[in-house]
Design a protein around this ligand. Structure first.
Ligand code: GDP
Length: 453
């Protein structure tokens, strides 16, 4: 018997409607203690998934809210148990009072992610779907939301299930022959499975390859703005952010720390890192600045090199250019186009050279198009992109175990030796779907959720 839990499922701001949600075996009875339907019926009498008007009371019998209630009986509910939702007026005070009276009626406060955890434990969702629920809640671009929605719908699970099934068949065939020697079972020959293993390893590899796109979908493109002092890096960041994020002065080296800002440029979400203040007076500080921009370039998916186009390039520009070229995606932005051109595009050995004016925003559209082209993913954002580091790690371990298994076959190892690797691959894949994941790990996953989800 699972106890009834309750939580406010909507945000903490004033809104038109706020939802209080309950789940648990006796949750309909709990709600009937403090909710009176206008029709005079009880919630136990009403049909599933029908919004019914009524009044929620506090312990003195005062009406807390005139609201709607909807019942979904298990197993046909989100959690797989009986659930009730109250659609209240969205004042935080109303919702708090509603929750209070439901606690007094017997419900307990829900822990973070407890609704989704119950859905997982009751087999309504696997772990890929449950983790996608939080991605969907936290998605901040349409593409990220579409991918998470696809995964809630089970796309990742559908990709992994046939691989897991094939491995299960292989293992069960082997064990059947071993355990029931007298039965009429087709002899187990590893070589009959090599094509199957290759096919599945290939499918897993293709999935692993989507993770680069997935990481960007989830975190945005890490874009370092580099260039010598006073070329307009902070002005560029402010222009892209649409407000004055960084103080801009004409004194070189005014921005001493690395500044981060997330912006949408075209369809791409950029995590801009302004390494302004690379050079300060004094050798030691200068060395620190260069070290910092080196680190920013090393960790960047995209480098935006900025120079002052109204001045000839200097050795300092050249040193920074050399640094930038270590990044696969580096774009040169020749700034201050309003002051006349002293730098020819041919002087800059970059993927693209764009003339911009950070002061007026000229050239930024061209930059947006270029960035969209560079980071337009190959896989459709329909749920088939791996975005989660935990899932990536487990799929990678499964893939490596399958490679070892294929190598073992080529070396002519005995089936039982090879099967150890198959079982390891299955164990790792089970961690992705939740079939074999440890309880402390699932607990940690659901702790990332908010209360009420
Ligand atoms: P940073 O040190 O590279 O971050 O450079 P800042 O963004 O602080 O800019 C240095 C100076 O250049 C400031 O006085 C800016 O107003 C000026 N500046 C930046 N972009 C432009 C531009 O496109 N045109 C002109 N004329 N001045 C600019």
């Amino acid at each position: 018997m699972s106890h009834t839990i309750a939580a406010i499922s909507t945000g903490s701001q004033v809104s038109a409607i706020g939802i209080v949600r309950l789940t648990g075996d006796d949750c309909i009875a709990v709600c009937d203690r403090v909710f009176s339907l206008q029709s005079g019926k009880t919630l136990a009498d009403i049909p599933d998934r029908k919004l019914m008007l009524g009044a929620l009371h506090d312990k003195q019998g005062r009406t807390v809210d005139q609201c709607m209630a909807v019942v979904s009986r298990g197993p046909h509910s989100y959690t797989g148990e009986d659930t009730v939702e109250f659609h209240c007026h969205g004042s935080p005070a109303v919702l708090a009072a509603a929750l209070e009276s439901l606690y007094l009626a017997g419900a307990k406060p829900a822990r973070r992610g407890e609704f989704t955890k119950r859905a997982f434990l009751n087999g309504k969702l696997d772990l890929t779907q449950a983790e996608a629920v939080i991605d969907l809640i936290e998605a901040d671009t349409a593409d990220a939301a579409a991918n998470a929605a696809g995964q809630v719908g089970g796309i990742l699970q559908k990709k992994l299930a046939p691989i897991y099934d094939d491995l299960t068949n292989l293992c069960s065939h082997f064990h059947a022959v071993l355990d029931y020697p007298d039965e009429d079972i087709e002899d187990f020959a590893l070589e009959n499975y090599s094509a199957l293993l290759r096919k599945n390893a290939k499918a897993l590899y293709a999935l692993l390859q989507t993770y680069g796109q997935g990481r960007i979908l989830r975190q945005g493109v890490a874009a370092a703005i580099v260039g010598k002092p006073n070329v307009g890096k902070s002005s560029l960041l402010n222009a892209l952010a649409g407000y004055d994020r960084v103080i801009v002065t004409d004194i070189p080296g005014t921005t001493r720390d690395t500044v981060e800002e997330t912006v949408m440029l075209g369809h791409t979400r950029l995590r801009l890192i302004d390494t302004a203040g690379i050079r300060e007076t004094g050798d030691q500080v200068e060395a620190m600045g260069i070290q910092r921009s080196k680190e920013a370039v090393e960790n960047a998916d995209l480098v935006l090199f900025v120079c002052d186009g109204s001045q000839p390039l200097t050795q300092e520009d050249q040193d920074i250019i050399d640094l930038c070229l270590e990044c696969e995606n580096a774009i040169a932005l020749v700034n201050k186009s309003d002051l006349g051109a002293q730098v020819a595009p041919g002087d800059l050995p970059f993927l693209a050279v764009i003339s911009i004016c950070a002061k007026t925003g000229q050239g930024l559209d061209q930059l947006a198009d270029m960035v969209d082209t560079l980071f337009e993913g190959e896989s459709p954002c329909d749920g088939s992109i791996l975005t989660n580091a935990r899932q990536f790690d487990a799929c990678r371990r499964a893939y490596e175990a399958m490679l070892r298994c294929m190598q073992g076959m080529q070396l002519g190892l005995t089936p039982d030796a090879v099967l150890t690797d198959v079982e390891e691959a299955m164990q790792a894949m089970g961690e992705v779907t939740g079939a074999t994941v440890r309880e402390d790990i699932t607990a940690r996953i659901f702790e990332r959720f908010c209360v009420g989800k």
